[in-house]
Ligand binder design. Sequence first.
Ligand SMILES: C[S@@+](CC[C@H](N)C(=O)[O-])C[C@H]1O[C@@H](n2cnc3c(N)ncnc32)[C@H](O)[C@@H]1O
Length: 184
Amino acid sequence: MKIKETLIKLRKFWIENDVPNITDENAKFLQNLISQNKLKNALEIGTANGYSTICLTSVLQKNLGHITSIEFSILSHNQAIANIKEAWLENTCTLIHGQALDIIPTLPDNSFDFVFIDGMKRRSKDFLELSRPKIKKNWIIIIDDVIKFKHKMPSLYEYVQENKIPYEVIQIDSDDGVMMIVKL
Ligand SMILES: C[S@@+](CC[C@H](N)C(=O)[O-])C[C@H]1O[C@@H](n2cnc3c(N)ncnc32)[C@H](O)[C@@H]1O
C-alpha cells in the first residue's frame, strides 16, 4: 500500500476508534509549511499510529528530507512501524520507542529544522525546552492543540513569555490551533 491508501485506511480507523490524529486542515497547514520553507529534517514528538508522520513525510521526501518520531506507547509505536511500512516510507522515517523527555537530550544538537510537538499536553513546555538546542537556525517549531488545551499548558505560555520567545497562535480549524515559533 502507498501513502494515499494508507492515509485513507488510517482516517477510517481514526473515525471508528477515536484516535487523536491531526485533522485534515492541520495536515495541510503543516505540509504547506514544510513545502514553502523547504524543510528537510523533522522531529516529531507523539507518533501515535503514524498518521501525522506519514502526512509530514509525504512532503519531506520531496525535499529529500527525513523525520525522527518518538512514541512511548509500544502498541502505538508498533502500529506506526506497520503503517509506515505500508506507505513505503521506511527509508524516510526513524521511529523511536521511548519517553521523549529522555530521548530528546540524546539527539544531536543543531540537527533539525522542524519540530512538531504533539505529545502529552502538560509536558509541551518540557518538549519545547529540550528541543531548542536540537534545532538549527531558520527553524520552525509547531506545538499542537494550544487553544483547546491551553489550560493544560500554563507552563508553556509562561516559558515563551519569560524567555521572550516570539510566537504566534494560529487557529487551524474550528476545533483547535497551533503555536508557531520561528527563529530566523
Ligand atoms: C495526540 S497523540 C499524537 C497524534 C499523532 N501526532 C497524529 O496526529 O497522528 C499523542 C501521542 O503522544 C504519545 N506521547 C505522549 N507523551 C509522550 C512522551 N512523553 N514521550 C513519548 N510519547 C508520548 C502518546 O502515547 C500518543 O500516542
